[in-house]
Design a protein around this ligand. Sequence first.
Ligand SMILES: [Mg+2]
Ligand SMILES: [Zn+2]
Length: 233
Amino acid sequence: MKLLVVFDFDHTIVDDNTDTHVMKLGENGRVPDFVEAKQKKGHWTAFMNSVFSYLFNNCKISKSQYQSILSEIPLTPGFATLIQYIDSNNNIDCIIVSDSNTWFIEVILSLHGISSVPQKIFTNKAEFVGGCLKVSPYHHHDHETCPINMCKRKVLKEFVDAKKEQGIQYQQIFYVGDGGNDFCPAAFLQENDIVFARKGYALHKKLRDCDIHADVQIWDSGLEILPFLEKFG
Ligand SMILES: [Mg+2]
Ligand SMILES: [Zn+2]
């Protein structure tokens, strides 16, 4: 009997958006209009590369300055306890599916000493190239309503299918998220599963207008999710 917990990252595990938070490294604590102008709907990864180029070329921002600003972002209330519980329970697997990037997520998880908890992290790959941070799209997909670089439903389906092939079938899936791009994977879940939508955020609003198969629970703190894990065992 195994439970899979799928976490989004920004505004779910951490109480901020990592991408917009690092923009505070820009002059006057923001990125200028000429960089902002490069933003196109569904093409966030390309926009972030413009932000990283600006921060490197115009502001000489170093790796340690990124680390320092990322260290300001707190875990969302209740998530330290929630993640600790998952870590101590062999019947619960967890993964992260995020539109942030590998480097930001690894820096933050290791700061909080929880790097080893997620079995896998699915996100855009990021690395420093000649001192400048560069992010590349996670994968390609043909789902029109999802951002061009990531369909979280495709990621989740491929993970569950690969596990099935290894002989591991999850009895239940919990999906914990907040954003508009969490709706697609949420709609993939079945009657027995639970979607935990953060109160007042885009996913919560979307779920008010659209019916999905899974049960929907609204959360404000990770501590409200904990009893559902305890019930599983
Ligand atoms: Mg999010
Ligand atoms: Zn999708």
